[in-house]
Design a protein around this ligand. Structure first.
Ligand SMILES: NC(=O)c1ccc[n+]([C@@H]2O[C@H](COP(=O)([O-])OP(=O)(O)OC[C@H]3O[C@@H](n4cnc5c(N)ncnc54)[C@H](OP(=O)(O)O)[C@@H]3O)[C@@H](O)[C@H]2O)c1
Length: 241
């Protein structure tokens, strides 16, 4: 039975990823900051899923969580993150700007870097690390969030080189607009939603299951020679390159 860790697995895309691994018989640990949300999701997804609460941006909390995480990890999914600008007041002054940029870099880059470094000695040969980026890394309009996700994609190149010698792959999935998550809070309008869907070739929003399917493939033996790549799952709204 494979041991899977999905950060940000309590909601949205991470929850769907955790559920998909559990459905194929893997043992899954979901992580996030909100213990109550994680425990509810774990109970709903079934006995193959357990919850460990910690803030992935805090080195001390990541270290402290290690005892509760599996001794061997076959698949790590760095999914925790989001656009910390959404719902936040516009920053004022350079200090405010710095704080806003740091928040997105912490939430999206440091979260993946710290959890991966902490679990690196436990990653098993034949395993996989999959990190979640965003279409925002490939087009303008989202400032520090897009920059942070672009950094995840570049960091993944070095990670793939490091892990390759141990027969472990490292890839990135870059979703487009995905509904049924907490990502946008209350910030999505009907007009914006219609515009995002109009950009796709599929004529619909992405679902958490769309992303989970790609993550499962990247973590499967079928993808054993696929590493250091970014896969775009956006309904064709932006050409991958
Ligand atoms: N939805 C979209 O349209 C979309 C598009 C492109 C990329 N993405 C990316 O997809 C990933 C999943 O997001 P989602 O759409 O499923 O939104 P979501 O429902 O808000 O999920 C994000 C998860 O990450 C966790 N998280 C955030 N910061 C964390 C931290 N510091 N430490 C630990 N856990 C943390 C959250 O749990 P806690 O709050 O409990 O910590 C939450 O469960 C994110 O990386 C996001 O940037 C989403």
């Amino acid at each position: 039975m494979r041991q899977i860790v999905v950060t940000g697995g309590g909601t949205g895309i991470g929850r769907a990823i955790a559920g998909s691994f559990a459905a194929q018989g893997d043992q899954v640990v979901i992580t996030g900051r909100r213990k109550d949300v994680l425990e509810r999701t774990a109970a709903e997804l079934g006995p193959g899923v357990t919850a460990v609460a910690f803030d992935a941006t805090d080195p001390g909390q990541v270290e402290a969580a290690l005892d509760a995480l599996p001794a061997q990890v076959d698949v790590l999914v760095n999914n925790a993150g989001g656009n910390t600008d959404i719902g936040a007041p516009a920053p004022t002054g350079l200090a405010g700007l710095a704080a806003a940029w740091r928040a997105n870099l912490d939430a999206n880059v440091l979260s993946a870097v710290l959890v991966t470094a902490a679990l690196r000695p436990r990653l098993a040969a034949g395993g996989a690390v999959v990190s979640v980026s965003s279409i925002a890394a490939h087009r303008g309009g989202s400032g520090s969030y897009g920059a942070a996700k672009a950094a995840v994609e570049v960091w993944n190149l070095t990670l793939a080189q490091d892990l390759g010698k141990d027969r472990i792959t490292a890839n990135v999935v870059a979703p487009g607009f995905v509904e049924a998550t907490e990502f946008f809070g209350g910030a999505m309008t009907e007009q914006r939603r219609a515009a995002l869907i109009a950009q796709t070739s599929t004529g619909r929003a992405g679902t958490p299951a769309d992303i989970a399917g790609t993550v499962l493939f990247l973590a499967s033996p079928a993808a054993g020679h696929l590493t250091g790549q970014t896969l775009h799952v956006n309904g064709g709204s932006l050409a991958g390159r």
